[in-house]
Write a protein that binds this ligand. Structure first.
Ligand SMILES: Cc1ncc(COP(=O)(O)O)c(C=O)c1O
Length: 301
């Protein structure tokens, strides 16, 4: 955990970031990948004959491929054309089968097409097991027993607010539930991408992976979220660049989203306030996007 005191030097404000990108696969998705697979192994649902299937455009795929490698389990990862070349290579090097869908869904994204592909594969492949991150309760539980327990145990004193980027909502649900056990008055702020439909906004095209969704996740309980802050791709990019400039932290796109969201919240905050946030992944895999001026210049306003 690091205090972002250069980026947020305001008196009375403390912003504490848990660097979830320090996980071995490079992102916070190592948590659900390991938790779901090890649970499956413990209760006999997953054996060495199992063939794991998941739809993911990046981090969860890498994390599942890594855990599947360790346990010697087959894995097919359903991806789309937005998956970066680097991620495809990492998946392949880790031994995953990669299935690329091509068709856009009715929301202008690929999620629904990917899910359709997963269902097709699940019917075709013997002993298949779909991790189903959007509906699997073990997703949020992995963050409940993982990052947020570590935060709750290591941080003494109050926590006023949790700010987290959402996609499946597993991390915000798990962290909110765990932190509220210790800090019942915790305010929970979800950071969503402009163009994501999670909280009922109109769908639109989005370029950054990791944050936002073109469907509402089954594991989301809207009542546990106090506020939603929307950030555009451009604002997320600027947040990433600020994080790098002021803190020397090279993080992924959604880390920039939470930074941008906190910058938006600044004028509304009380004089003394302590925020906890998660930086979900590293920036290395975004060198050709978020950290590439040409790529950024082509983003829509
Ligand atoms: C980089 C990044 N940020 C944020 C998220 C959102 O996390 P969650 O799916 O737990 O809502 C993800 C999920 O894939 C991610 O990969």
């Amino acid at each position: 955990m690091v205090m972002l005191e250069r980026l947020f030097p305001e008196r009375g404000l403390e912003v504490i970031a848990k660097l979830e990108y320090m996980n071995p696969g490079g992102s916070m998705k190592d948590r659900p990948a390991r938790f779901i697979i090890e649970h499956g192994i413990q209760d006999g649902m997953i054996t060495s004959n199992t063939h794991l299937i998941e739809s993911t455009s990046g981090n969860l795929g890498v994390a599942v491929a890594m855990v599947a490698r360790v346990y010697g389990i087959k894995f097919t990862c359903v991806i789309d054309p937005k998956t970066t070349k680097t991620n495809v290579k990492i998946l392949e090097q880790l031994g995953a089968n990669v299935e690329m869908v091509q068709d856009l869904d009715d929301q202008g994204g690929y999620l629904k097409t990917r899910i359709q592909k997963v269902k097709e594969l699940a019917n075709k492949i013997p002993n298949s097991f779909w991790l189903n991150q959007y509906a699997n309760q073990l997703n949020w539980q992995s963050h409940y027993y993982g990052a947020s327990s570590e935060i709750a145990e290591e941080l003494s004193g109050p926590i006023d607010c949790l700010v987290a980027a959402v996609s499946t909502s597993g991390s915000i649900m798990g962290c909110a539930r765990r932190l509220r056990k210790k800090h019942p008055n915790l305010k929970v702020v979800a950071v969503d991408a402009v163009g994501s439909v999670i909280f009922g906004a109109k769908p639109a095209s989005r370029e950054l992976p990791g944050i936002g969704s073109s469907r509402i996740p089954e594991i989301l309980n809207r009542d546990e979220i106090d506020e939603v802050v929307y950030v555009s791709d451009r604002e997320s990019v600027q947040g990433c660049r600020d994080l790098l400039f002021y803190e020397g932290i090279l993080a992924g796109g959604s880390s920039g989203s939470v930074v941008a969201a906190m910058q938006k919240l600044l004028p509304t905050l009380p004089d003394s306030y302590r925020i906890v946030t998660l930086l979900p992944d590293r920036g290395d895999r975004y060198i050709d996007s978020v950290y590439d001026d040409d790529w950024v210049s082509k983003l829509r306003d």
